[in-house]
Design a protein around this ligand. Structure first.
Ligand SMILES: *[C@@H]1O[C@H](CO)[C@@H](O)[C@H](O)[C@H]1NC(C)=O
Length: 275
């Protein structure tokens, strides 16, 4: 358990920083200028809505299958660390698996349109966990280093990536409905030094979701069954999945939420090993 704390990169702003998580809804940049722009947006919304509802289903029930965990033995040695064990997560002890049937195509859940305040609350509750604190011993086991909390140096900060993915999915969801949510604050100053291209929040979020989906790669087969009415074999998405129990992971995060102020602008010294 006595791992050294490995420093791998020095001044990178974590992708899921507090700023990012809190910039869901925002000041309008400019209202949709013409009706053609609006029509284009609505057309895009229509096409994307189907794909998004599938993604939403997939995300809020979790994409992690037991088999992907068991398959860890099949991996080659990590080129950096030379080990084959799964990477450490401080939340791994609460992970338990359960069978879950995904929603039938066409079934409308409380996460679907039409959106109202209750829908928004449901979506926000999926990832509104703040930032978590873990012990120094746990932090020492992380493959990537993180910072201690100023004034409470025996604890370190983390946030689980699944909540950032959900924040991003909600961001894209709202971006598709400017009539309700207004134009989302899509662009910010460039993230990388010397880059002239402004940071595009929607673009970032879509990429995060892409990485999450391909990383967790749910290999549950969806099936095609004969449909008497349509006289054709029809795809079904209400197959049974092995899922990580969501409540256990959400509770883990809520129980460790930093409730006192975390001053992210104060740097606390700690032992880092440079590689
Ligand atoms: C995390 O660790 C990996 C593997 O060593 C490295 O490639 C990556 O840049 C690290 N990221 C951060 C933020 O430390």
């Amino acid at each position: 358990m006595a791992s050294v704390y490995h420093r791998l990169l020095s001044d990178e702003k974590p992708a899921n920083s507090r700023d990012d998580l809190e910039s869901d809804v925002s000041d309008p940049i400019e209202p949709p200028s013409s009706s053609s722009k609006k029509r284009a947006m609505l057309r895009f919304a229509g096409i994307a809505a189907f794909a998004l509802s599938l993604m939403a289903n997939a995300y809020f029930v979790g994409l992690h299958s037991k088999s992907s965990v068991l398959a860890c033995d099949d991996r080659g040695p990590d080129p950096v660390w030379g080990v084959t064990e799964p990477l450490y997560s401080p939340a791994q002890s609460v992970v338990k698996y359960e069978r879950r049937v995904f929603d039938k195509l066409g079934v409308r859940t409380p996460y679907h349109t039409p959106y109202d305040d209750a829908t928004d609350k449901l979506w926000e509750d999926l990832y509104d966990m703040g930032i978590q604190k873990i012990t120094k011993d746990q932090a020492a086991l992380l493959p990537n280093w993180t910072e201690p909390i100023p004034g409470d140096e025996s604890h370190y900060v983390v946030s689980l990536n699944v909540f950032h993915q959900l924040h991003c999915l909600n961001f894209v969801r709202m971006a598709l409905y400017p009539d309700r949510y207004g134009p989302v604050q899509q662009f910010g100053p460039p993230i990388l030094e010397g880059d002239t291209v402004p940071f595009d929040h929607t673009d970032h979020c879509i990429n995060i979701i892409r990485e999450g989906i391909t990383c967790n790669a749910d290999i549950t087969p969806d099936v095609w069954q004969w449909d008497e009415k349509r006289h054709m074999a029809f795809p079904h998405f209400d197959s049974v999945h092995d899922c990580r129990n969501w409540d256990a992971i959400a509770d883990w995060a809520r129980d460790r939420k930093i409730t006192e102020r975390w001053d992210s602008h104060t740097r606390v010294g700690h032992e880092h090993q440079h590689f």
